[in-house]
Design a protein around this ligand. Structure first.
Ligand SMILES: C[S@@+](CC[C@H](N)C(=O)[O-])C[C@H]1O[C@@H](n2cnc3c(N)ncnc32)[C@H](O)[C@@H]1O
Length: 273
């Protein structure tokens, strides 16, 4: 279980507890009215949208940073960053659970767009050899820190700071094969190789990935944030490149204790039949 609660959401904001800190952040999809007026929320830090993807944090004296959040003996360092992210996406806990249930070690897992390493550490915890790729140097060093905090310092994880497609093409040339693939591409991202645009680049990337996967991969997990896709479209994307796999799809959601659900992203999950 993640040490986390979605306490309230609405007015394009969400109120969350991560371990000891309660924070409020902008959330485009929180279009409803909140349960409690968001100006009256009790919190330790508030992140305010300043427009043009710029954010400003306001901290109460009670706010402690950096701080930690745990999931199944993994420990993640959290920080209030200028992008409004804090180091993990709590809704991903459902994907972590699915990954941990579908890994059969020994195996090689490739995690593209891996950010601060949560999914990589979940795979490593299950005994997989992991290759984690992210274009952001700071995300990769944060991920390495999470590896240490999680007590997995001797786990076989390669931390690669590179563009996802460039790395996959290099692995193709080296005839390096993987048993499973995790990818969580952004709608729009930047790397040393240029700009990654989901709509233009997801198909070439998946086609390249297909060439470095074994014939019967253990699983493929495609997660998509802010792409405007519905789950069936995410499923169709995977199916067009991997027609022989068994594919399901859905939404990642967070629920408040009162049972109000906030939709966060869509996913498609494939396994070999
Ligand atoms: C949505 S986050 C991934 C979240 C992650 N899967 C998790 O659950 O913690 C997207 C990540 O993609 C990375 N990124 C963006 N463009 C990239 C590219 N062309 N190649 C590799 N990584 C990229 C960003 O640095 C960011 O860490």
């Amino acid at each position: 279980m993640l040490d986390y609660e979605l306490l309230d959401f609405g007015n394009c904001l969400k109120l969350e507890r991560f371990g000891p800190n309660i924070i409020a952040r902008p959330e485009k999809t929180a279009l409803k009215l909140p349960n409690i007026d968001s100006d009256l929320w009790t919190l330790d830090a508030r992140c305010v949208n300043k427009g043009q993807k710029s954010y400003q944090w306001h901290f109460e004296d009670s706010f402690k940073e950096p701080w930690r959040c745990t999931w199944n003996e993994l420990s993640f360092e959290l920080r209030a960053t200028i992008s409004n992210n804090i180091g993990i996406f709590p809704e991903q806990a459902a994907n972590w659970q699915w990954i941990s249930e579908h890994i059969s070690a020994p195996c090689k897992v490739l995690n593209l767009f891996g950010y601060t390493g949560a999914a990589s550490l979940v795979a490593a915890q299950q005994g997989a050899s992991v290759c984690h790729v992210d274009a952001s140097k700071s995300a990769v060093s944060w991920a390495r820190k999470n590896q240490l905090l999680s007590g997995l310092e001797s786990a076989p994880i390669r931390w690669i700071n590179d563009d996802a497609l460039s790395f996959v093409l290099r692995e193709q040339r080296r005839s390096s094969f993987y048993d499973a693939l995790i990818l969580d591409p952004p709608a729009f991202g930047k790397s040393s190789a240029g700009v990654f645009k989901f709509v233009d680049n997801i198909m070439p990337l998946l086609q390249a990935c297909q060439k470095i996967l074994v014939n019967k991969p253990q699983f493929i997990l495609l997660n998509c944030y802010a792409t405007g896709l519905n789950p069936e479209q995410a499923q169709d994307i995977l199916r067009s490149v991997f027609p022989s796999l068994n594919i399901s799809c859905g939404e990642l959601r967070l629920s408040t204790t009162q049972g109000r659900a906030l939709s966060c992203s869509v996913f498609a999950r494939a396994t070999s039949i």
